[in-house]
Every structure is written in C-alpha cells, then in structure tokens.
Write a protein that binds this ligand. Sequence first.
Ligand SMILES: [Zn+2]
Length: 303
Amino acid sequence: MSMWTTARARHYSMALALRVGHPMLQLQLRLSSTGVAAECGGCHMYHDLYGFHLGVCRTGNRKGLWTSRHDAVQAALLAAIRYIGGSCLSVSVGSGNWFGAAGVRPGSTSYRRADLVLAHYYGPGRHLFLDVAVADPASGSALACSPSSAVSSGVAAQLRASKKAAKYEPLAQSVSSAFRPAVLERYGACCDDLVGLIRMLCGDRDRDQLEPDYAFSTCSRSTYMASRVVFACVLADAAMVDAALLLDCAVQDSDRSPPSAIPRAPAPPRSRPFPCQRGDRPSQPQRDVLGSGGRFFYEGHSS
Ligand SMILES: [Zn+2]
C-alpha cells in the first residue's frame, strides 16, 4: 500500500460513518454527557449527529476547513494525472496569468485562474484547464433541483460543474484552450466531466501487475485513478469534519466549568517523575506508518 491509499484509522472510520449515516462519536458523546448538542463555532447553530451541517454551514470555511479539503483533492488529482503519465501543473497560486487579457478582472490587479492545467494538451499553446470543487448533496440548491439530490446521486456535483463551466469555458476559449470542471461530492460522486476526463486520460488499458499497490479491484488505469481521487476526497472530507468537531467540541468543553459538588482528582506530582525500573528505556513517540511530517496527504497544507 502506498501513501496515497493509506488513511488514519480515525479518519477512515469517520468517512465510513459519513457514508453509511452513522452518528459521529464525538457529537453523540457530547449529547449524552451534557444533554445538549454541540454548537457550530461559525454560525452558532446546533450540530446534527451525522456531520451534515459542516457541509452546508454558511461559515463552513472558517479556519480554512473547506480550503484544506479542496487543496487535498486538487493535490490528489494532480498526482493521479502525473502518475498515469500526464503532464499537469498547479496554477492556482503564483504561476502567472494563463487566461491572458480575458482573465484580468476590471479595476483590479488580480486575475482569474483555474486550479490545474495540462499544458499544450491539444497542441502548442492549446491547454486543458481543470478546476476542482467539492460539492454537498445536502445543499438547498441541489435538493431543490429536478431530479433532486435526495433521490439521485451526483446532482450537486453536476450543478456545481455547470456553474464552473459557465465561468471558465469563455476564458479558456479566449486562449484557444478547453476547460473541464473536476467536481466531486463530499461522499464521492463525480461529475460527468470528471468521469470523462479520467476516461480520456487513462484509456481502456490495465495497470501493470508488478506495481507495488496493484489490487484486483482497481486493475484498470481508469478505476485506479478514480479510486485515488475519490479516496482523497472522501478522506479529506472526514479530516475536515474531524478538525471542525475538534474545534467546536474542544472549545465548548473548555468553556464548561466543572460542577462544584464533584471534587476533582488531585493532579499528579510533576516535579518528581514516576520512577523507572531498571532496564526501562524512555518511551519513543509513536511513528506514522507512512506520513509526511506527521500529516497525511489529504489533511491539507494550510493550518
Ligand atoms: Zn455552522
């Protein structure tokens, strides 16, 4: 197994709980211990038990929570395209203006930019631009759509993809290039354009069976690439939920004063450490199996 198919156990179980509709353990414990649901630190509404609110909260991007999730999916897509042999660049930050005069915002020094570009994909000077987004099927616009996201999968992704296409396609056409939205829902459904992109880049070939992370369930190149991107999205969403619940539950727990009737346990003495037996070795901090400085790829780069 490689770093791209490895997840923290906590995030994996949370991602599983989010997909099957199991209550979040932190929220359940808080409700059972205090009798009151945890409060969202952004909009001060009460959390539901299933983590739904964090996908549709109007201040959901507080502390960069949604940005971290987006960046993880973008990095995973970039790595997956490079892995299958494509040439891809991240152009969302500090890489100049790829859309020329059309990209300049009137009255501003900034310019519009996509997330990724497959430079010269269609020929010299003709690029393929990609923009990544993570949509939520529980958002009001997706639920109100026909068919509703409540009865059909991928509606929210398709809705966001059409908005992205309306924004970026004219910009890409102005520089003789093309654009494809790369939108996933937080539970893993992909928009049609992303499915088509994966098929276009991978073709119908199978993977080399001597690859270190070869598995029968992802034996074709397209299923392998799709599984990497969707795995990153689902795990990045679980990491986002974990970070948000850590913020909300931890802050509220520290605000709560302990009941005066219950005596607190005495603190252990700090000046004298516990005596070690002869031959004891100092404990080593636990090492990650495959991490990057203690952080996994889907946990984002911003703090
Ligand atoms: Zn909220």
